[in-house]
Design a protein around this ligand. Structure first.
Ligand code: GSH
Length: 208
């Protein structure tokens, strides 16, 4: 099998894809897309992702043996899970336990934590209304995750899944969010446990 082309950068969404590649022991080639240079808007990259965002993959051995492009980190995780038969159960109930928590990350954690990073750290003008609005929702989401993890080792089922992989890189930035993980003890236990996984930590550190 030819390596999968992965277009990515060292951000929370980018790390989801490298974690999955490492956890599935897939052969892949990283094409670093340094989004601080606006290269994501170049003609070449727009051909890969018309939405100019990382991560994106091109699988040379896609469905029907033809090259296939996948954008959106959640879809990339599901695609690679289905391709390898790993980290997304086939049985319907267990599968949708995973998918709903992937959607929770994609529709809740990602966009809200991203706004916290922006308004607390990146924005030149500090806007109290925006900081408070997104920080409050960020704390609420940590609370939801903490309740979900009460008495559970993993987010979705009793085994690790893509729901865990997509959430770790956002919790990794708890210091940026000014969240004290000691206040969310179940999240902290789960996060510390996840960070013991050698493949996951390799993925977290890519691209160099
Ligand atoms: N929903 C998308 C979001 C991807 C996204 O926002 N990627 C950011 C980096 S974390 C990006 O490429 N930003 C470049 C830009 O906005 O110009 C996904 O999950 O893949």
């Amino acid at each position: 099998m030819s390596p999968i082309d992965l277009y990515t950068w060292k951000t929370s969404n980018g790390k989801k894809a490298t974690i999955m590649m490492e956890e599935c022991e897939l052969e892949y080639k990283i094409h670093p897309i340094d989004i601080s240079t606006d290269i994501q808007f170049s003609e070449d990259f727009v051909k890969v992702n018309p939405n100019s965002k990382i991560p994106a993959i091109v699988d040379p051995d896609g469905p029907n043996g033809r090259p296939f492009t996948v954008i959106e980190s959640g879809a990339i995780l599901m695609y690679l899970a289905e391709k390898t038969g790993l980290f997304l159960p086939a049985e319907m109930q267990r599968k949708y336990e995973v998918i709903q928590w992937v959607m929770f990350q994609m529709g809740g954690i990602g966009p809200i934590f991203g706004q916290v990073h922006h308004f607390k750290r990146a924005a030149k003008e500090k806007v109290p209304y925006a900081i408070n609005r997104y920080f409050k929702e960020c704390r609420r989401l940590y609370g939801v995750l903490d309740s979900r993890l009460e008495g559970r080792e993993y987010i979705a089922n009793d085994e690790v899944s893509i729901a865990d992989f997509c959430t770790v890189p956002w919790v990794f930035r708890h210091d940026w969010q000014e969240i004290d993980l000691d206040e969310f003890r179940n999240v902290k236990r789960w996060y510390d446990n996840m960070m013991q996984r050698p493949a996951l930590t390799r993925g977290m550190n890519l691209p160099d």
